[in-house]
Design a protein around this ligand. Structure first.
Ligand SMILES: Cc1cc2nc3c(=O)[nH]c(=O)nc-3n(C[C@H](O)[C@H](O)[C@H](O)COP(=O)(O)O)c2cc1C
Length: 626
């Protein structure tokens, strides 16, 4: 079980890894990963001005910063590896200030124009030689810094991939045309790296088993590429796709199967004799065991799963696989960096806060803690408090833990979110939390418990539709549909195109129903993060949802919903109306508890309806503050 390259959390202005990057990678070494690969080291900044990690002796302190990172990985028994990369014609992709990428010169195998209109210049022979030497130099420096292995990135549409790909590579010299010519650049790099690092120093080649877009190479050619390079490497690491033409393939989205890329590794494994690694959407220990046991791959690699739970390998080794906090594939990790220059994880609030006292530490003074509400916020708070050694009572008003996450069981693509609630329920039970179901906590109940600390996590409830509704029409919420089994007709109008409304529309459109999705604003899922949103929008389009934007619902009549649009009034006919216009905090239930103990904290949706990232973070910290 190895840790995939996962960017860096705090890259300093000159490309040096900051202290959080050290903590970020150390966490996964400590969690038991066999190898932890630091990414993505730009080998040739002259032709790749991307805002990523750089390693040069000319920058004082830089080598040392990498040495500290390697050291932090190795001290937990993991192999420290580092990824060597060049973005080629996609230089600037990661820039936070997107305007700046236009000022870069983008180099690729061939002259051309990128889809975003930026010109691409073909690399000259001198530049190619210089870049090959730069890979070797970077590998030598990485070895000197203490890394014990390197990963050469030849997949996902970056420079080496651009040379290998018939789509990008239109050269007519010895680097273009036949497959033998297209892999020449990769072979030169791998040979030069080997020369520098010497024998007995593993080189891992990361490649896309298939580019999976029209004009790119397919799996059959992927097998031939792997076979043409295997003599120069120790591990072939098979990923998939191309960053620019299918982000949800390189980073399998929640709409794809877990382990959807395994077939690529399995096929390539038949054509090479070096060990083969597989990556993509893996988080279930049983599935990973099966992949190895059935011989489909020799190594399983996890990216996001180890952000969500860096301790997966340790838990598996201890037969605690059912305690794994699984990645939701929600893309918070990818979305935060371009927006806020930070790294975050929805379910692991320690990511990006490695040195901010978030590690669960035993309390010096055991206290009685009452947690009110058994949704995700309440369960996380209860678990963290119990792990710290407090006596914890968790009260839930209904007969089931999970809160709003219970609704996700109806959505096949959100099943991991539903299961997260179940995992936390198990964790609370195992941590000895006194769980009291069907228990509404009011001021009197709280007084009876006489807790030292009360955490209020009573959550939120759906907002009512503030427009006239025909008394014969039953306006449903997603809870009515997903939890109470309310009947759905053949034609639906979903009012509210936020995340909840979009996911509801998608669910029923995929079942073949006609769905009109009415949104007041001029865009759908505006509350979704910038990575998830385009993927969700593409799914909606593919499912044939009728998207009605800038549509303000006026009234609900017997035969449909009347909306006001810039083009005038429109009647959206339907037999089922779903209201998904948002949530409001259960303020009244929270307010009666504000004086219930010396320490009271209102968290999650009860404080302000937001998202799971906020709920988990507030919960964790509330329990740490007691
Ligand atoms: C936050 C984040 C940063 C990433 N950065 C890199 C990177 O720098 N280099 C790279 O080759 N892959 C990078 N990846 C891709 C992962 O290594 C991995 O291939 C991908 O996430 C699919 O694996 P997963 O489904 O287990 O997450 C990144 C992925 C994430 C989520």
């Amino acid at each position: 079980m190895c840790s995939a390259p996962l960017g860096a959390t705090d890259i300093l202005a000159d490309g040096t890894p900051g202290p959080r990057t050290l903590g970020f990678y150390e966490m996964r070494a400590k969690g038991g990963a066999a190898a932890v690969t630091v990414s993505e080291l730009v080998v040739h900044p002259d032709t790749d001005g991307s805002q990523m990690l750089k390693l040069s002796l000319a920058t004082p302190g830089q080598l040392g910063a990498f040495a500290y990172v390697a050291d932090a990985i190795k001290r937990h028994g993991a192999i420290a590896s580092i990824e060597l990369s060049h973005s080629g014609q996609y230089a600037g992709t990661y820039m936070v200030d997107k305007k700046k990428k236009g000022a870069l010169c983008q180099y690729g195998p061939s002259d051309g124009v990128r889809p975003d209109g930026l010109p691409v210049k073909a690399l000259t022979h001198e530049q190619i030689a210089d870049i090959v030497a730069a890979y070797a130099n970077a590998a030598a420096l990485a070895k000197r810094a203490g890394f014990e292995m390197v990963m050469v990135h030849a997949g996902h549409g970056w420079l080496i991939n651009q040379f290998i790909s018939p789509y990008f590579n239109k050269r007519d010299d010895e680097y273009g045309g036949s497959l033998e010519n297209r892999v020449r650049f990769a072979r030169e790099i791998l040979s030069a790296v080997r020369e520098e690092v010497g024998p007995g120093f593993p080189i891992e080649l990361r490649m896309s088993g298939s580019e999976l877009f029209d004009g790119g190479y397919d799996l059959e050619e992927g097998c031939r590429i792997a076979a043409a390079l295997e003599d120069l490497v120790d591990i072939i690491h098979v990923s998939a796709g191309s960053y620019q033409f299918g982000f949800s393939i390189t980073h399998p989205s929640m709409f794809r199967e877990h382990g959807c890329n395994v077939y690529l590794a399995a096929e390539i494994k038949k054509h090479v004799s070096v060990p083969v690694a597989t990556v993509g959407g893996l988080s279930d220990p049983a599935q990973m065991e099966e992949i190895i046991a059935s011989g489909q791959a020799d190594i399983v690699v996890m990216g996001r799963a180890l952000l969500a739970d860096p301790e997966i390998p340790a838990k598996v080794m201890a037969n605690r696989g059912d305690e794994v906090i699984k990645c939701l594939r929600c893309f918070v990790c990818m979305a935060e960096r371009p927006v806020t220059q930070t790294r975050r994880c929805a379910v692991n609030p320690r990511i990006g806060r490695e040195f901010e006292g978030m590690a669960i530490a035993p309390t010096a003074e055991r206290k009685r803690v009452l947690v009110v509400g058994g949704g995700i916020a309440g369960m996380v708070a209860a678990w963290v408090a119990a792990k710290r050694g407090h006596e914890v009572i968790l009260c839930e008003a209904t007969g089931e833990l999970g809160g709003i996450l219970r609704t996700e069981q109806a959505l096949p693509f959100k099943i991991d979110m539903y299961n997260l609630g179940r995992t936390y329920a198990l964790l609370c039970e195992r941590a000895g939390v006194d769980i009291r179901m069907n228990t509404v906590v009011d001021a009197a109940y709280a007084e009876e418990v006489a807790a030292d600390a009360v955490i209020v996590a009573v959550g939120s409830e759906p907002m009512d539709l503030p427009i006239p509704v025909d008394p014969d029409v039953n306006v449903l919420t997603v809870e009515d549909l997903y939890l109470d089994g309310a009947e759905v007709g053949e034609e639906l109008v979903v009012i509210g195109g936020g995340l909840t409304g979009c996911e509801c529309a998608l669910l029923y459109a995929r079942q073949g129903k006609t769905v009109h999705l009415a949104e007041m604003r001029d865009g759908l899922a505006i509350d979704a993060n910038i990575r998830q949103r385009p993927i969700l929008l593409a799914e909606l389009e593919q499912a044939g949802v009728d998207e009605v934007l800038c549509a303000r619902a006026q009234r609900v009549d017997k035969d449909g919903v009347v909306v006001e649009t810039p083009d005038g009034e429109r009647v959206l006919t339907c037999d089922t109306v779903v209201c998904a216009i948002g949530q409001r905090s259960r303020r009244a239930a929270a307010d009666v508890l504000l004086d219930a103990a010396p320490f009271v904290r209102v968290i999650g949706d009860a404080r302000r309806p937001a998202n799971i990232t906020t709920a988990v973070y507030e919960a964790w910290h509330a329990a740490m503050d007691i």
